[in-house]
Design a protein around this ligand. Structure first.
Ligand code: PMP
Length: 340
């Protein structure tokens, strides 16, 4: 057994889990990288740590300093936990559409929360832009200074996956990996892991899985950024080419309807005991499509992004699902009443 020296050392080195139903359905080995096993229960712990360490190295983040970020929640949770471990404070700007569970976790971890109405990126009051301005203001007044984590355009984010996620996948599989699939929030996971795998073998296929309402499926298939529809998934769905996405090696792109993603999330919990958020459903749906594209016998890796209890009031709430015209499985109506 290896002892991790603290929270920071407990981030990463997550296991690959074989997804039984997806593998049986396709004749491929479909493997999920269990990012929900990070201490903050999401893939974003990696980006949070890399961004903080990079800011410290560059002399921008000083002891006791404040880290400001606009986030759908998971990056904020990662930042808040790492900040507690290393002696910083966090101010988190979050759109009011994100789940209460994530907001509660942020408060519990000591983040100062600024909830703002969800408006498009082009609006000056968009949560990302607001967080940038807030960081500038706080840098002037905070005794130990303040930085903006800027996860969308700070490439220390994707570096976490170039240094960590990608090499971990390659090494765990002794290079026997044929494809990698990921949805995009900032693009750090897709671009960074994709770059790390392509650098080791040009034959590894990289695929984007995009929810409705995002513009990247259209970008990678037609060259035009165009969005249609909306999605209940959180933390993913990008409308522009962030700095993290620049030069991302994308071979295939798939658009995944919510009904398909949520059904996969329900099946993973009911039949495989894996309790995951909606973006993991999008990812596994994308992995199934890439498996069909490549044919049986291939090994395809995707990301199990975060833990499902974060979405009990939404993805796992029949009333919420009905309000979005999405199917709710019978067992979700009365959880805990299974006939044995
Ligand atoms: N899934 C969830 C639940 C997330 O919070 C995020 C990050 N916002 C992602 C997927 C996508 O990760 P990335 O930012 O690396 O594209």
């Amino acid at each position: 057994m290896t002892i991790r020296s603290g929270l920071v050392d407990a981030i990463g080195r997550t296991p690959l889990i074989r997804l039984r139903q997806a593998s049986e359905l396709t004749g491929c080995a479909i493997l999920g990288k269990a990012e929900f096993m990070n201490p903050g229960q999401s893939v974003k712990d990696r980006a949070a740590l890399w961004i903080i360490e990079d800011a410290v190295r560059r002399g921008e983040l000083k002891p006791g300093g404040v880290i400001v970020e606009g986030t759908a929640g998971n990056t904020g949770i990662g930042l808040a936990l790492v900040a507690n471990a290393l002696g910083y404070r966090t101010v988190i700007v979050i759109p009011d559409t994100q789940s209460d569970e994530k907001k509660q976790m942020l408060r519990l971890a000591g983040a100062e929360l600024v909830e703002v109405p969800a408006v498009p990126y082009k609006d000056p009051n968009n949560y990302v832009k607001l967080s940038g301005r807030l960081a500038e203001e706080l840098a002037k007044t905070e005794p130990n200074g303040a930085i903006w984590a800027n996860q969308f355009d700070n490439v220390a984010n994707r570096q976490a996956h170039i240094d960590g996620t990608g090499p971990e996948i390659w090494n765990d599989l002794d290079g026997k990996v044929d494809g990698f699939v990921s949805a995009v929030g900032t693009g750090g996971t897709l671009a960074g892991t994709g770059m790390a795998l392509k650098a080791r073998s040009k034959d590894v296929k990289i695929a984007l899985a995009d929810p409705p309402g995002a513009a990247l499926y259209s970008y990678y298939t037609t060259g035009e950024l165009k969005a249609e529809g909306s999605s209940i998934t959180e933390g993913i769905g990008q409308g522009r080419i962030t700095a993290n996405l620049e030069d991302a090696p994308v071979d295939f792109a798939y658009r995944i309807p919510d009904a398909e993603a949520v059904q996969i999330a329900f099946d993973l919990l009911e039949h495989e005991g894996l309790c995951l958020g909606g973006s993991s459903g999008v990812n596994v749906a994308g992995a199934i499509r890439l498996a069909r594209e490549l044919g049986p016998g291939h090994t395809i890796v995707t990301i199990l992004c975060d833990y499902g209890t974060r979405y009990q009031s939404k993805l796992f709430n029949p009333e919420f699902l009905r309000s979005k015209a999405l199917p709710a499985p019978a067992w979700l109506e009365k959880p805990g009443t299974v006939d044995l």
